[in-house]
Design a protein around this ligand. Sequence first.
Ligand code: ADP
Ligand code: TRP
Length: 330
Amino acid sequence: MKTALTGIKPTGNLHIGNYFGAIKPALELAEKYDARYFIADYHALNVVKNAAELRGTIRGIAAGWLAAGLDPEKVIFYRQSAVPETFELATMLAAFTPKGLMNRAHAYKAAVQQNAEKGADSDAGVNMGLFTYPVLMAADILLFDADIVPVGRDQVQHIEMAQDIAGAVNFNYKKDLLRIPEPGVLENAAVVPGLDGRKMSKSYGNTIPLFSSVTELRKTIMRIVTNSQEVSEPKDPDSSQIFALYKYFATEDEQAALAARYRAGGMGWGEAKEELFRVVNRELQPIRERYDALIAEPLKLERILKNGAEKARAVAARTIGRLRKAAGID
Ligand code: ADP
Ligand code: TRP
């Protein structure tokens, strides 16, 4: 069986972009693949420097995956930090990673560009964790011989970097030591739009959280940005933010019905938002209930992650052993 692997950084609360772009496709893949899914807590440390906050987001992501349907008996589910072989591999991979490759990473380049726009020093606010982020991510992936890495489109560059780094190692030792991974992007879910039409992202503050109360959820949906068209005017579903989100939650029939109401005129944005809220809540309610139950049982969560880490380390030890031998560090 082929291996699917993915990780989520616990830097904030899960939103529906994470759900459709990462969690849902990953859980579908877990039906057909040997799946290894983890919480990238050391990646989050680059951003979250408050211990209580990080503890909370780690727990939230763990409960989120399980509430969304991850079965820890089938999927190896663990925290990155509980698999120290990751950091050993990252050190080895760093020796095969050209600095120029890291210079080209989107997240780092964006930080440099922001500094340039502000007239600040190009290194301002850039820590080495951000700069070497793709090396750690390559270690996450290559350690587990992943064939496919389900992610949103924004992460594809990182996976291509993992391919390059693995290729450099294999070429040097003239041996297929590391498996070359492929990104698994679901095209229709690749970029879930946020409340303001940009990509939904924690960093833009335009998210619909996966686990908020019903009241909060409704309030959030009411904040979706619309134009100033009158109720009576016919509206174009294809250029509507509300409709773009509706597609993720509604059946084909529901979509056709709402599109017809848009085109007919006589429906205001408020009404369209109510309809969106109805289908979103329909999908999220059962997940939210499972989440609330899990969050109330931290010891159970810990036990699940500990079991996963044990299984993960058994796999990781084999990869590290193979590499150390090939490198002459055995
Ligand atoms: P954020 O952009 O909110 O910080 P992350 O970078 O933590 O989200 O993303 C976690 C996972 O969710 C990644 O696989 C990412 O590609 C996916 N993802 C995040 N936002 C979206 C989105 N709007 N549409 C599709 N996938 C997304
Ligand atoms: N960089 C990913 C993100 O920001 C998280 C991540 C870390 C990851 N390691 C990974 C994703 C390995 C897939 C595979 O979303």
